[in-house]
Design a protein around this ligand. Structure first.
Ligand code: PLP
Length: 396
């Protein structure tokens, strides 16, 4: 039987065993509501606060700057809507980039439909933005700049520290948010050094559980309540605490940050071998910044190909990869990020994102390179699948 090779780690990641073990007691024995005053509630509250401390430490933040949310999408929505509300009366101009995740892009579009003016910064062909571009876009009525830390399709890392410094140099009252969902747990990152006011993270991108995330809010720039209700999270984000999720996220983040030094060289080696091998395939190109990119990220386009059948054939051979973003995997539509980078529609429909994690092996990479070479040739010739290549046929 064909084994599964999972290389869609930007889409989501498997839960770590440590996170799972830490979460388990909070489903049954310790199921108390953290707002309750009896012993089980007190212990749930203590677990939540311990998790908050761990997350704050991992990010270089203070405990009271971390707010729990349901994930990256909510943290992004809160940042944009919250900043608009907080700075109401100071202006109606927002700056984002054209390559933001839909959670930021569509939220900005929604604000636009409510009378906000949004500037969409365009990147160069590698997905890069400069501080000068930000400075040129800023206006006396700008209330928020939101720029992602790492792009989820092509993996390009944006110079957030410099972009934030340029914004603050123009007007320190403009809030700076970064969607760091793809970066947290994968590269060293410290909110104080970055200088940002708001930072979004999501547990399932760093081997934590799904449906839980956090928003870092720098002291002094705390946003108004997003979810109103019972007054949880200092009245800013109501809703019964997801204690298993919160505990699992904290353990996964602590583990990922602890493992960065050990896992990064392994992941980089695999990614570089993968890139070298895939670029041997005629008409293939690496997308995004070749140097400043996420360690596990390798995205390609293939001339004379569309990605939907390629991704399907890869899946038939046990390889779990995606087109660009997990949301658009296999849709056949051109990637809006690649279009924004200036790729023609034909190539923007031919993207393949392979994102590696610490559990991938050198043997898997060789199998991906071999399989991809065969499948690309086969699809270009319009042939039906070549049978007989299977991961399990490979020697141990
Ligand atoms: N931002 C980025 C850059 C992402 O890659 C994702 C998920 O793919 C999100 C936000 C949304 O995060 P979540 O799935 O936790 O809602």
């Amino acid at each position: 039987m064909t084994q599964r090779i999972y290389v869609d780690n930007a889409g989501t990641t498997p839960l770590s065993q440590k996170a799972m073990d830490a979460m388990l007691p909070y489903f049954m024995e310790e199921f108390g509501n953290a707002s309750a005053v009896y012993d089980m509630g007190v212990r749930a509250k203590a677990a939540r606060e311990d998790a908050r401390r761990k997350i704050a430490t991992a990010l270089g933040a203070r405990d009271n700057e971390i707010y729990f949310t349901s994930g990256g999408t909510e943290s992004d929505n809160w940042s944009l809507h919250g900043a608009a509300e907080l700075r109401h009366g100071h202006g109606k101009h927002i700056v984002i980039t054209a390559i933001e995740h839909s959670a930021v892009l569509h939220t900005a579009e929604k604000l636009e439909s409510c009378g906000y003016d949004v500037s969409y910064l365009t990147t160069d062909d590698k997905g890069r933005i400069t501080p000068d571009q930000v400075l040129e876009a800023l206006r006396p009525d700008t209330v928020l700049v939101s720029i992602m830390y790492a792009n989820n399709e092509v993996g390009t890392l944006l110079p957030i520290k410099e972009l934030c410094a340029a914004t603050k140099q123009y007007n320190r009252k403009i809030l700076f948010h970064t969607d760091a969902v793809q970066a947290v747990g994968h590269i060293p990152l410290n909110v104080r050094e970055l200088g940002v006011d708001l930072l979004s993270l999501s547990a399932h991108k760093f081997n934590g559980p799904k449906g839980i995330g956090a928003l870092y809010m720098k002291l002094g720039s705390a946003l108004p309540a997003y979810m109103t209700g019972g007054g949880h999270e200092k009245g800013r984000r109501s809703g019964t605490d997801n204690i298993p999720g919160i505990v699992g996220m904290a353990v996964a983040l602590e583990e990922s940050v602890h493992d960065i030094d050990a896992s990064m060289p392994h992941i980089l080696k695999l990614r570089d071998r993968l890139t070298e091998g895939v670029l041997q395939i005629g008409g293939s190109h690496l997308t995004g910044d070749p140097v400043n990119r996420l360690p596990g990220s390798a995205s390609f386009v293939f001339e004379k190909l569309t990605n939907a059948p390629l991704i399907k054939r890869l899946a038939d051979h046990g390889i779990c990869a995606s087109a660009g973003s997990a949301c658009s995997a296999g849709s056949g539509d051109p990637s809006r990020v690649l279009l924004a980078l200036g790729y023609p529609a034909e190539l923007a429909k031919a993207s393949l994102r392979i994102t590696l994690g610490k559990y991938n092996t050198a043997e898997e990479i060789e199998y991906i390179i071999d399989t991809l070479g065969v499948l690309v040739a086969e699809l270009r010739m319009g042939k039906s699948p070549i049978v007989g290549i299977s991961y399990s046929d490979k020697p141990d």
